[in-house]
Design a protein around this ligand. Structure first.
Ligand code: ADP
Ligand code: MG
Ligand code: ZN
Length: 315
């Protein structure tokens, strides 16, 4: 079997992950991987430098294709980030910055685009022609494979499911708008809603260390009967379930793939979301619908990014 190697990078709002990947036909193996926090300084220049350091660590002295999935809305395929709500970037020519640091071309793509690609090529949705993938992490993102191809829309800005509006003039979202589902169900927003006035249950869960608070704690507090946490998780579930139901009603995928740190670590949010989803979805769209958990976990992004990078950079 002919194999090639490539570097895949997953740049989220919280974590920067990278892997050296060996790619074959429908198979991929991670040879080496690294993960670190994006950190406090999120300036594009600093992040581009961190990315270059990571690539060099993964493949010292080599020049392999580099694919990057980033938690951002992109401007076409120009490598320009139009809006990255959880990095705080607007109109940043990030591919160019990364290329200047690395001295070689970089393929930049949306983070959940590369995740759905990874899962469709190598994971839970292998061989499925129509896949909708929704991931909950710092924010809420989505990507889709239609008829076996990555669906991008006219301007590569499709599937911004996190920024579908659920409440007119609702909570402020990192994208600059109000009432986006991400402002209710995104990990960062789940935490933000309790951080000001954490309950006794929450303080006990994090042993007084508020900086350690994550969305999983809010879900656990809700399960332990904390009224405020319950309200926040149940509202998030309601809006996320509604959004998923409408997306499946529109798109009629054969596979709805769900994953991400928040999805995996928040059982009450998950159960609630699926309940609202089943109540609200257009019933014929459930025919033949396989609802599956993403199986590659943190690997989906780096595998998909490596494979897309290799293809798009044409080597
Ligand atoms: P990224 O958006 O960078 O890909 P992650 O997928 O790592 O980030 O998700 C980060 C989010 O996950 C944070 O908002 C945090 O609140 C939440 N989180 C971290 N650990 C857990 C956990 N164990 N359970 C549920 N949520 C978690
Ligand atoms: Mg997307
Ligand atoms: Zn938004």
């Amino acid at each position: 079997m002919v194999t090639t190697r490539a570097i895949g990078i997953d740049l989220g709002g919280t974590n920067l992950r990278g892997a050296l990947v060996e790619l074959g036909e429908g198979e991929a193996t991670i040879l080496r991987q690294e993960r670190r926090a994006v950190g406090e300084d999120r300036s594009p220049e600093t992040v581009a430098r961190a990315l270059a350091v990571l690539v060099r660590e993964l493949s010292p002295g080599e020049r392999l294709p580099v694919g990057v999935g980033i938690a951002a809305m992109l401007r076409g395929t120009t490598g320009v980030v139009a809006n990255a709500p959880n990095l705080g970037w607007r109109d940043v020519p990030f591919a160019r910055l990364a290329e200047a640091e690395l001295g070689q071309p970089v393929w930049l793509d949306n983070d959940v685009n590369v995740i759905v690609w990874g899962e469709q090529r190598f994971g839970a949705a292998r061989g499925k022609a129509d896949v909708l993938c929704v991931f909950g992490g710092t924010g809420v993102g989505a990507g889709a494979v239609c008829d076996g191809r990555l669906y991008r829309g006219a301007g590569n800005a499709s599937l911004e499911l996190g920024h579908v509006k659920v409440v007119e003039n609702g909570r402020a979202c990192g994208c600059g708008a109000r009432g986006c589902v991400e402002a209710y169900a995104g990990g960062r927003h789940l935490v933000e809603q309790v951080r000001e006035q954490p309950s006794a249950v929450l303080l006990e869960l994090v042993q007084g260390r508020l900086e350690a608070l994550h969305a999983g704690h809010v879900d656990e507090a809700a399960r332990r009967g904390d009224e405020r946490a319950r309200g926040i998780i149940d509202e998030a579930a309601r809006w996320l379930g509604l959004t998923l139901a409408n997306a499946v009603t529109l798109f009629n995928p054969g596979c709805l793939l769900l994953g991400g740190t928040v999805w995996v670590g928040c059982p009450r949010l998950r159960e609630g979301t699926l309940g609202h989803f089943r109540r609200l979805v257009n019933v014929p769209a459930l025919d033949g619908l396989n609802i599956a958990d993403a199986v590659l976990g943190d690997d989906a992004g780096v595998l998909g990014a490596a494979d897309l990078g290799r293809r798009e950079l044409g080597r």
